[in-house]
Design a protein around this ligand. Structure first.
Ligand code: GTP
Ligand code: MG
Length: 309
């Protein structure tokens, strides 16, 4: 079967979406520390803020965390609550709101779904970018993470998960702090690419296309020299987070970046990607990025519902 193809953005200058990033909890605040986006951090420990050059911040008390643990995100719309007003005022409006978090601890797991639900009213699309705990952190942490994830899938437009176990493949020999910063850089690629290639008009299409899965995984690939398109696609498909049956993928988005992007380059990439994802509707776009010099980068987002794991 041939994949359905859908071009996003186009090469003409149209209205690019305004993106904001929100970091929640320890992992989330680490991830946005050097993002370059307009950013907001939400934490329980004031020391997290010291490393952050973020514009705005919200410090939570233990009581507020407990309140959020006991409040399903489905209820937050009907609750009048000081903290909700603080989030609305501090976060403000944007076209795409990217929420960065690590699940398994209290802050990320309990606060992110509530913030996500509030952000839906402040933006056109809410994407959660989620680090999941290492397996060795144990079953209790996993259980808390899975509870948070299910609430977050409900309350966001798209939840992208990055299980930390993937770091054992990407950065096996690095000290943990370095490995985390490698992952932070990877997690920051989708918001950067989406800001560059999508238009505000595309957001409705992206939201609708991913509304069946509501959960996605990411693969990034770089290619250089002969057949750089195919090398980049190959590397993207070797993502440690594609540990499921790809024939079940029903939707994907691919963004191709290089210093001199041509239609033929994009066509070569989407030909290869659609061959490998025969049942997927494929959203695609290309953009120029002079910092890549002779290299070509592929950002591949595949929609996958949690029941395939
Ligand atoms: N990728 C990545 N994962 C992290 C980082 N820090 C923590 N984690 C992971 O995220 C999970 C949640 O940890 P934190 O973000 O520190 O927890 P928290 O949300 O601040 O929760 P509490 O401290 O319990 O209130 C952990 O189990 C780790 O697996 C980080 O900097 N990067
Ligand atoms: Mg913490």
């Amino acid at each position: 079967m041939r994949s359905e193809l859908l071009a996003m953005g186009g090469f003409e200058k149209k209205t690019r979406p305004r993106v904001k990033v929100v970091g929640i909890g320890g992992a989330g605040c680490n991830a946005i520390a050097n993002s370059g986006f307009e950013s907001i951090s939400i934490c329980t420990a004031a020391e997290h803020f010291k490393r952050l050059r973020t514009h705005k911040r919200i410090l939570l008390s233990d009581e507020q965390i407990l309140f959020m643990r006991d409040t399903p995100p489905q209820m937050i719309a009907s609750i009048a609550y000081d903290w909700k007003d603080e989030v609305i005022e501090t976060v403000g409006e944007a076209d795409i709101m990217f929420l960065f978090t690590g699940l398994g601890g209290e802050t990320g797991s309990f606060v992110t779904p509530i913030v996500s639900q509030i952000c839906k009213k402040l933006s056109k699309m809410v994407v959660a970018s989620i680090a999941l705990p290492f397996s060795v952190e144990g079953s209790q942490r996993k259980k808390v993470a899975m509870g948070g994830l299910s609430n977050l899938i409900w309350s966001s437009d798209l939840a992208i998960t990055y299980p930390n176990d993937g770091l054992l493949k990407i950065a096996p020999n690095l000290p943990l702090a370095h490995a985390f910063s490698v992952m932070d850089n990877i997690m920051m690629i989708p918001p950067g690419d989406m800001e560059k290639v999508l238009t505000v008009e595309d957001l409705h299409q992206v939201r609708n296309s991913f509304s069946g899965a509501k959960h996605a995984r990411v693969g990034i690939g770089m290619g250089e020299g002969d057949e750089r398109e195919l090398k980049a696609v190959d590397e993207a498909f070797s993502s440690p987070w594609f540990n499921f049956d790809l024939s079940r993928v029903g939707v994907a988005m691919v963004i191709v970046s290089s210093s001199d992007i041509a239609q033929s380059t994009v066509q070569k990439v989407i030909g290869d990607v659609s061959y490998r994802l025969p049942n997927a509707k494929l959203l695609y776009s290309g953009c120029t990025d002079s910092s890549l010099q002779d290299r070509l980068r592929i950002t591949l987002l595949v929609g996958v519902s949690l029941d395939v794991f």
